[in-house]
Write a protein that binds this ligand. Sequence first.
Ligand SMILES: [Ca+2]
Length: 426
Amino acid sequence: MKKSIVMLAALSAGCAAYAATPSVSNVTLAQDPATRLVTVTYDLADADAIITLDVLTNGTASVGDANLTVLSGDVNRLVSQGSGKKIVWRPDAALASYAANATAVISAWTESNPPNYMAVNLSITNDLRYYTSAEALPYGGLSNDCYRKDILLMRRIPAKGVTWWMGQRTNEKGGSEYKARETRHQVTLTNDYWIGVFEFTYGQWRRMTSYPDGYFTNMWYRETRPVEKVSYKMLRGTSTYENWPTSSEVTNTCIIGRLRTHSGIATLDLPTDAQWEYACRAGTAEGLYSGFDISNTGNDPQASLLARHYQNGGQGASGLESMCDPSHGTAKVGSYLPNAWGLYDMLGNVYEWCLDRCASDAAIGAEAVTEPLGATTGTYRIKRGGSWRGDCHFTRAAYRGANKATDVEHSIGFRLAARIPNAEEE
Ligand SMILES: [Ca+2]
């Protein structure tokens, strides 16, 4: 058994005037030679903090997030201040010899500056786990369908204070009919936010309440497919859905209200139209988040790499069959290439409801705006990204469609978002 060199790292919120900065000390690492289990201890002072662990070999080289997935104890969650905090790590067999010469690095993150991934357990209340990368996820990572059925996995989007271009560049292929609703303009968002890595699925819905009355009838296959036939009104509450943008309040019994109560995340909601497009683009300006424009408005080869649409499997051999299987209908979420922030199916599969009401015909202005919340009146709400029911001119980052808030459509589902508080709000 060998003692570690004591190492510590505390990441501040960047604005210590508003909230105490957590500090970590007395970090130790020891390995049991019989079981190979590694125990890390530390003290946390000045503020509660989200804790993540890295392990270095030879003082500098990280063992890598993919080798730090079997952890228990005071790690990957919000930890209360105190001494003698304890983490147990089971290293991979190949790392057994490294662990004996390792040093532990504890990072303490504030709630206004969290790690990149948050996992919400849909079976246990108030169980939020945090990870620095997708590689650090337990249970085998994203390939495990638990992230499509049992866990709501969200990605932090670095948006605070960033000014970017929303809308269609000049004469984008596939966008000529929609220029008025895709007018290019500058947008600045005031907060970072979480957004779902995947569209919300039948399986996730079932863990919060009874099954939705969706279009697809294959009980096993649809568990990992996006929910559809859910209206904006159903998602945000019969008596509260019209509140936005005056208020973000929803009832406790609608799905978003249930998820807020279950998770303890008060800001959980649909994304705004601008949050959705910023997350979809992930820094790109082209029609597709891969950096290409579409070349075919019907069945486009580049869009087919990213999106389930009507012409690459949306339509089955007998048309729009409700008994979906892997060959047609909606796709299992995460079947196509993600964007640079690791978000899947932002284009295609199902349209995604956004919070915003929209003006007539969804027309949008050219003036620069900060944190836009949509029109203040109107019965229509924005939907984004195209779907399994449509051609590729809809599966563009700029395309903005709309439906009535009461519409129940087999092409429209949703993904969740949650505003991250700024340091001064803590
Ligand atoms: Ca989608």
